[in-house]
Design a protein around this ligand. Structure first.
Ligand code: HAM
Length: 416
């Protein structure tokens, strides 16, 4: 019976073997795509100094204001379970002097992240992202390459109903004039805005585009849009990104209301949404963050990247649990004895030959072993008994004698 005294904490979950198999398929597809494009794996600690996220992600963001798991260590230092991976990777880029490497430095990662959000389908307090960053290039080629990687992953996995939304926030300097214009618009309609948006007119007016509040949405529909105000280098950059996506045959829609929940973005932002998901419809997204490395104390290094939520990808795929299967189960006749050690040796040889092979670890009789082999999805059973060795095909029930000295060749040859 299920249900014990202890349960996984709210908003967290166990990854049981069936789910782990589906997850591994997603992770290996991503790992292949990253490797082929030269995005080397990096892993940073699961916790960092709190200040890294305050500075990097931004004081006015929901993440920093209310979603971080922050704690004090025994020395009174404030630490935070990482809510995202880009600030830590930029920290590592600066700390390890990666500006001396060939630029851009192209990195990829996968792992757990933590946000104290209200749990619901597709939104958890511990979730898993995979992502990629290219640090040290301001070329639109980098933006297009990164977007292409996520588009490629979505296509390779066969995630249905995915759409790419694209926007641009301009560079930090040119954004200021637009933000003043937006603030003026918001102030002129202050009474119609939600309390939360009103409180952030100064600190973070762009977030008003993300509001669910009806009054705010009406005000935002009439608000000036940043993509329509892009000038000079910003406009050119955006145009080139679009031309590159067109050339690569990557479909997208310009979304003038697109904003993201992190403060570090400049110029290109993008979001891959899936119509099979409910309210949490974004499977992955990211953008350019040209000022972050410098903000964290490094030499200026323009950068672009994205992260995708593994749980959301699996939800969109319908999480088809994959049945486990084994190539061979090595069983022994009821007289057992030293055949059990022979079974173990043969299973070892089969494994070395690249097959999955198991033996009975439960002291079962032959009948029990065959039943067990069936339960775990073994395709063949090799039976070692007084008559020698028999190989049984579990699907057809066919059984034939094989030469005990050559079983590994027989089986690997037969399966090839
Ligand atoms: P983000 O949009 O905050 O961006 O998160 C990226 C993805 O993580 C989301 O699209 C979503 O799939 C998943 N995700 C976020 N929060 C949760 C949650 N509570 N539960 C389940 N999945 C979640 C970033 O984190 C940036 N670091 C992306 C980036 C990389 N930008 C540039 N480089």
């Amino acid at each position: 019976m299920a249900g014990g005294k202890y349960q996984a904490p709210r908003g967290t979950f166990d990854i049981l073997p069936d789910a782990a198999r589906a997850r591994r398929r997603v992770e290996s597809a991503a790992a292949e795509i990253f490797a082929r494009a030269g995005y080397e794996p990096i892993a940073t600690p699961v916790f960092e100094d709190t200040e890294l996220f305050e500075r990097g992600v931004g004081h006015s963001t929901d993440i920093v204001r209310k979603e971080m798991f922050t704690f004090e260590d025994k020395g009174g230092r404030s630490l935070t379970l990482r809510p995202e991976g880009t600030a830590p990777i930029c920290r590592a880029y600066v700390e390890h002097g990666m500006h001396t490497l060939a630029q851009p430095v192209k990195l990829s990662y996968v792992g757990p992240f933590f946000r104290h959000e209200r749990p619901q389908a597709g939104r958890y307090r511990q979730f898993h992202q995979l992502g990629a960053e290219a640090i040290g290039s301001d070329s639109p080629l980098a933006d297009a390459e990164l977007i292409g990687l996520l588009a490629g992953l979505v296509a390779e996995l066969g995630v249905p109903g995915v759409e790419l939304r694209l926007g641009s926030l301009g560079s930090l300097d040119t954004r200021q004039a637009y933000l003043d214009e937006l603030r003026a618009h918001l102030r002129a309609h202050e009474a119609e805005l939600s309390k939360e948006v009103r409180e952030r007119i100064d600190a973070n007016p762009l977030r008003a585009f993300d509001s669910d509040d009806e009054g705010t949405r009406a005000v935002m529909a009439a608000a000036p849009k940043l993509v329509e105000r892009l000038e000079g280098g910003d406009a050119e950059h955006f145009e080139e990104v679009r031309a590159l996506l067109d050339a690569a045959g990557i479909a997208y829609e310009i979304d003038p209301t697109l904003v993201r929940g992190l403060d570090y973005y400049t110029r290109t932002i993008f979001s891959f949404v899936c119509d099979r998901l409910g309210a949490q419809s974004e499977i992955g997204g990211g953008g350019r963050y040209d000022g972050l490395v410098e903000q964290l104390g490094g030499r200026p290094a323009p950068a672009v990247g994205w992260a995708a939520g593994i749980e959301r990808i699996l939800l969109a795929l319908g999480e088809q649990a994959e049945e486990p299967s084994r190539d061979v189960f090595v069983a022994v006749g009821d007289e057992g004895g030293e055949r059990r050690s022979l079974a173990m040796v043969l299973a070892g040889e089969l494994r070395n030959a690249g097959l999955s092979a198991e033996v009975d670890l439960g002291g079962r009789g032959l009948k029990g072993q065959l039943k067990h082999a069936d339960r775990i999805g073994a395709r063949r059973v090799l039976i070692l008994d007084a008559d020698g060795a028999q190989l049984r095909d579990m699907a057809s029930g066919e059984q034939r004698s094989v030469d005990a000295a050559k079983v590994v060749e027989e089986i690997t040859g037969g399966l090839a």
